[in-house]
Each structure stands twice: as C-alpha cells, then as structure tokens.
Design a protein around this ligand. Structure first.
Ligand SMILES: Nc1nc2c(ncn2[C@@H]2O[C@H](COP(=O)(O)OP(=O)(O)OP(=O)(O)O)[C@@H](O)[C@H]2O)c(=O)[nH]1
Ligand SMILES: [Mg+2]
Length: 385
C-alpha cells in the first residue's frame, strides 16, 4: 500500500470512529500516525526537487495575499504598491510570486502577490505547495475573498491548515523534554480533560520512549500533536472582501450573513474595490494593526525628532530591540535612553535597555564615549548624531 492510500485509510478510520472517552486514546494514536505519514509524504515530494519560489524578504514586515484565482490579488497589489503585476479576467494569470512595497505610517510593508490557490493546494495541486511555503514565511496573511464567494474562506483555511499554518492562535502550551529512563511521565493541570493515556499514546506514536511532558491547560488532540510536532507556523490573519463595487447596497446584508456563518465578524472584514482603489486606506490600517507594528520617532541630537521615517518595531519591543535595529554604535555604546510619549511616565523619562516602547514614542539614545580610547577621565556622556 502506498503512502497516499495509507493516509486515506487513517483519515477514514478517524472519521468513522465516534469520539468519546473510551475512544480518545485510539483517535489520538490515529491522528498522531496521520501527522507522521503526512510528514513523510511531504519529505518524499520535496526530495523530488520541486521548484520553489525564491522570495527575498525586504522591508519591515511581509504580508501574503491569499485567495482563489481571479479574486483580484494582483489588482490589489498594483493599487496598494508600486508593483506592476499582470492582471486578467482568466484564472492563473499570476504564475510567480510578485512582491510590492506598501508604504504605510512610515513602514515599508512587503506585500506578496502569490498564484491563486485552489482546493487540494496543500497536497500539491496547482503548484499549491510552493505557494503555501511562501505563505508560511510571511508575518501576516490577508485572505482576499470575492464578495460573491465568501465560501472560499473555509477552503482556503483548510489548505493553510493542511500546510501546517495555524492562524490567529497561540502555540499550544505544553512543555516536553526527552529523558533517559522511566518512560513517559505526564503532568496535567486541573482543567485538562485529555487522558494521560491519550497523551502517552500520541507521544509514543511520535517516537518518544522516555519523556517528561507538562500540559497546564486543556488541549484538543490536534493541538497536542501540533505542540509535539513543533513545526507549525503561527500567524495572524485578516479578511478583505474584494469587488465590493459590483454589489447593490441591499446585498450587503447577505454578505454579512455569509461572513458570520464562517465566524468572521463583518466589522473586522474590510470591504474594498481593488479595481477602483476603494477601501484601501482602511485595509492598510488593518494590515498595520494585524502586523502589530509600532512607530518610534528618533530624536537625533542636532537634528530634532524625525517624524518622517520612524523606526518600525514590533509590539512590546524594548529599547534594546530599538538599538539592535539601529545597529552600529547604539548597540555597543548604549548608556541610557530618554523616552517621551505613550510608554513614558513623564516627558524625557530616563530608561534602560529593558524599557518597553509603545507606538509613537519619541526616543533619544545617549551613548558612551569611546572611553577606552580616551582614557579613564573621559566620563561625560556624549550623544550620537
Ligand atoms: N469589478 C471589479 N473587478 C475586479 C476587482 N479586482 C479585480 N478585478 C478583476 O478581476 C479579474 C482578476 O483580477 P486579478 O487581479 O488578475 O486576479 P488574481 O487574484 O491575481 O488572479 P490569479 O493571478 O489568476 O490568481 C480582472 O479582470 C480584474 O480586472 C474589483 O475590485 N472590482
Ligand atoms: Mg494574479
């Protein structure tokens, strides 16, 4: 029996087995086995030398536009960025990954227009595997749906899931450590429903013989497997609904209804017309928020505060992260920093490297002199320009 048939057989058995406490361990074993077979299948197909897309990351963050053929991905890329990606009214116009740069709130956001995905993409249809492997490297996924085909969302989500992309969720909270003896020891929190036996079965199936595993909060079997496999990509995603210019206003309620049916809050989805460049500012704002970026205005001695080209960092970044992104002397000669704005208790607050920054802070870094070169008497702080 080939791998594909084996996988199909396991899938069928899972589907046919009712889920309850007495079958939980069995299902756990089957799901772990399925995950392992799929991993093997993937290794085999990539060993075949499949042509991947070479995309170099540029800018402060990278966003992948994901959608079925002809939903308007290339049209959107062209209207949001400086790119010129071919568009046409037939499917699979785009056969390569086209990057473009969106400039928003001082950030350079790399947008990737990828070939349209179709069902079965994760299994290799339509070059989907290669597309999905580009999507995995992004910092945010933008689902682009046609206003007439909201259903595509579920199919896209499944393709991404099959390709080990987990959206809008944190990695499962489990700690797992290989040991040398005593078998598999399971410690679970009070609210954990999963049987120890199931956990042990899943781990054995994944090849663990001796291990300590701690599960503080309840998980599903799938989450447990994700936690054990450790090669899932966790990304945020947002939804954009394109071709909104084509509907009558009274059809909007129907679209909202369809979005809710897929657990998408209509308020959280952005309605756009890529063709008529409508709704694009709102979409750019949502992309910014989805990426969780912050702007830091650097106060440069002698030059004042630079509000034009902020330093772009991720949420919860510290002064240390700012120094790292600035590079050079800021990293090695940091003395202290002064922060004004949302994260500061008062203007010009003196802070150290661990201070957490916030969007629109003004930051000045005060660096040490080259005291080694100048000798021990040179102690007064100097500022970099
Ligand atoms: N009315 C309308 N048509 C649009 C809009 N956006 C795209 N289109 C049209 O839809 C067709 C497909 O657009 P593309 O941008 O090529 O779609 P794509 O998603 O890149 O398609 P593939 O590259 O084949 O995956 C083109 O004829 C566009 O002119 C829109 O907002 N409104
Ligand atoms: Mg295209």
């Amino acid at each position: 029996m080939g791998l594909e048939e084996e996988i199909e057989e396991i899938r069928e058995e899972i589907a046919e087995t009712p889920y309850n406490k007495s079958t939980e361990g069995h299902i756990g074993r089957l799901k772990a086995k399925l995950a392992e077979k799929k991993e093997k299948q993937e290794q085999q197909s990539s060993a075949g030398g499949g042509q991947g897309y070479a995309v170099e990351k540029h800018g402060d963050a990278t966003v992948a536009l994901v959608g079925f053929p002809s939903v308007g991905k290339s049209t959107l890329l062209n209207s949001l960025t400086n790119a010129e990606s071919e568009t046409a009214d037939y499917e699979f116009t785009t056969l390569d990954v086209n990057p473009g740069m969106l400039k928003h709130r001082g950030a350079n956001i790399q947008m990737l227009d990828v070939p349209g995905l179709i069902e079965g993409a994760a299994g290799g249809r339509g070059g989907g595997k290669e597309v999905l492997s580009v999507v995995r490297t992004a910092d945010l996924v933008v689902y682009l749906l046609s206003v007439f085909e909201i259903d595509q969302y579920e199919r896209l989500r499944r393709e991404l899931y099959e390709n080990k992309i987990r959206l809008n969720t944190e990695p499962p909270n489990i700690s797992l450590r290989k040991t040398h003896k005593d078998g598999i020891r399971v410690t679970t929190g009070d609210d954990v429903d999963l049987d120890e036996e199931t956990v042990t079965t899943v781990l054995r199936q994944q090849g663990y013989v001796n291990a300590d595993v701690t599960i503080p909060h309840d998980l599903t079997i799938d989450e447990l497997i994700d936690g054990v496999m450790d090669n899932r990509e966790y990304l945020p995603s947002i939804v954009a609904v394109n071709k909104a210019d084509l509907i009558e206003p009274d059809y909007l309620d129907t679209v909202h209804e369809q979005l809710r049916a897929h657990d998408i809050d209509p308020e959280a989805a952005t309605f756009i017309s890529a063709e008529e460049s409508k709704g694009l500012d709102a979409l750019s704002d949502r992309i910014w928020e989805g990426l969780g970026l912050i702007r830091i205005y650097m106060d440069k001695p002698g030059r004042g505060v630079d509000y034009e080209e902020p330093l772009i960092l991720e949420q919860d970044a510290t002064v240390d992260d700012a120094c790292a992104k600035l590079g050079g002397p800021f990293e090695t000669r940091f003395k202290f920093a002064r922060v004004s704005g949302p994260s500061a208790k008062h203007d010009e607050q003196q802070v150290g490297t661990s201070h957490k920054l916030a969007d629109e802070d003004v930051l000045r870094i005060v660096a040490r002199r080259w005291s080694i070169l100048l000798g021990p008497i040179a102690t007064s702080p100097a500022q970099f320009s």
